[in-house]
Design a protein around this ligand. Structure first.
Ligand code: SF4
Ligand code: SF4
Length: 99
């Protein structure tokens, strides 16, 4: 199921707490990430968090771990991929492939 671009889902996203969320990305998006209300959310294609609903990141380039599997959105939509910030459509992990 496609992840809905809602404020509720955004508030559940763990990306901002993730070690892969780079300091540069944090600084660049500080204002956007502080102002949780985004009126055009539903029609946006890019947003620097909740990457499972939007395009991959423009400023996260190094894999330092992923919190997606611990996220309520991940459970809610029965996602089976992770690292959506680094891979368009997310990355199927080896462990999950063989489950
Ligand atoms: S998609 Fe995964 S790896 Fe990327 S910032 Fe979010 S939790 Fe971290
Ligand atoms: S599954 Fe990952 S990208 Fe999607 S909302 Fe959760 S932490 Fe963010």
């Amino acid at each position: 199921m496609r992840v809905e671009k809602t404020q509720e889902n955004i508030s559940l996203c763990l990306c901002l707490r993730c070690p892969s969320y780079s300091p540069v990305c944090r600084i660049k998006n500080a204002l956007q990430n502080k102002n949780q209300q985004t009126p055009d959310l539903a029609v946006r294609t890019h947003y620097e968090k909740m990457f499972c609903a939007f395009q991959k990141s423009n400023c996260i380039h190094i894999d330092r771990g992923c919190l997606c599997a611990q996220c309520a959105v991940f459970q809610k939509y029965a996602l089976n991929r992770e690292e959506f910030c680094l891979h368009a459509g997310g990355k199927q992990t080896e462990e999950r492939l063989y489950q």
